[in-house]
Design a protein. Structure first.
Length: 56
């Protein structure tokens, strides 16, 4: 679970996501407390993430 803050959101959404794809992390979540949502990403067969849901 990554909790986004304005100072680290680009790193969490872009850089860490790419690293997690490369090393094969099956699922991860991003929580955005300012806009009150959680995204779940699931690693697909082609080794890239699909967003499964956004929950408010």
């Amino acid at each position: 679970m990554e909790i986004l803050f304005s100072s680290t959101s680009d790193n969490d959404k872009i850089c860490k996501k790419a690293v997690y794809e490369q090393v094969g992390v099956k699922k991860f979540w991003i929580a955005e407390p300012t806009h009150i949502y959680v995204d779940q990403f699931v690693l697909a067969v082609q080794q890239s993430y699909l967003r499964k849901f956004t929950e408010k």
